[in-house]
Design a protein around this ligand. Structure first.
Ligand SMILES: Nc1ncccc1[N+](=O)[O-]
Length: 245
């Protein structure tokens, strides 16, 4: 997968080079390029914003720098069969979920437009729709100062699902939100620590009982913290023992 991120604060995206994403990039599984939007301006002040038509506070990002920036990578989209996906982090977007991360992990080319100020001139997304699949996506119902942090969140959630990125794919199976239940509590040595002991069952070596215990903890935690997730589960996802729990 190729990811191109555009921002007026490219240094905000520097942490992407660390840890898993860094390794995936070194392994050639993933390429992430961060571009400075101001490289696509031509005036002395490298202007990217202007006052909003219709009045109102704040500034709006001008269309032309964005069009030149996006054009520079839309054209390079290696795969002719799949159009690039343009992700626009926005509080007005569809909510980002694990299911969406899985869907986007199959894309060949992701382009992320990090807006600042009051947002990007809407015509940019209209124009982009001729060249890419445009998705406005929100990471949550709160307002950030720009799209950069949201871009980091989404890129990490997506990139870690690309085969080969995570060392042990097994570790992806029983994670929160992967199959509709929250994950079970985890423990490691020492067995007894400051008066708190690891649940006996986990030391028993009885793998069937351990699997049941873990499943019960997942049901318990999901019911306590996210009951709506339990309601949303398809009937066949819960076996008889689950329902008895
Ligand atoms: N919540 C947000 N606030 C500002 C920009 C982007 C955002 N988001 O969720 O993607």
């Amino acid at each position: 997968m190729r990811i191109d991120v555009f921002s007026i604060f490219p240094e905000y995206l520097a942490p992407l080079k660390l840890s898993l994403i860094g390794k995936a990039m070194d392994a050639g599984i993933l390429s992430v390029a961060v571009h400075d939007l101001r490289e696509f301006t031509h005036d002395r002040h490298r202007t990217v914003d202007d006052t909003p038509y219709g009045g109102g506070a704040g500034m709006v990002m001008k269309p032309e720098p964005w069009a030149e920036a996006l054009e520079s990578v839309f054209a390079e989209s290696t795969s002719t069969d799949a159009r690039p996906v343009l992700l626009v982090p926005s509080p007005a977007g569809e909510v980002f979920t694990q299911a969406m991360a899985r869907e986007l992990a199959t894309a060949q080319h992701l382009v992320v437009a990090c807006g600042r100020y009051e947002g990007i001139d809407h015509r940019v997304s209209e124009w982009s729709a001729e060249h890419a699949d445009v998705r406005f996506v929100s990471i949550g119902d709160y307002v950030l100062n720009g799209g950069e942090v949201a871009a980091m969140v989404m890129i990490e959630a997506i990139a870690r699902l690309i085969p080969g990125t995570i060392g042990n794919p097994e570790s992806l199976t029983e994670e929160s939100h992967e199959d509709g239940l929250l994950e079970y509590p985890v423990y490691t040595k020492p067995a007894s620590w400051r008066g708190h002991d690891v649940p006996e069952i986990l030391l028993s070596g009885n793998h069937g009982a351990i699997a049941r215990w873990r499943r019960d903890r997942r049901l318990e935690r999901t019911r306590a913290v996210r009951p709506e997730m339990l309601e949303a589960l398809p009937a066949e996802a819960l076996d008889k023992k689950d329902r008895a729990f």
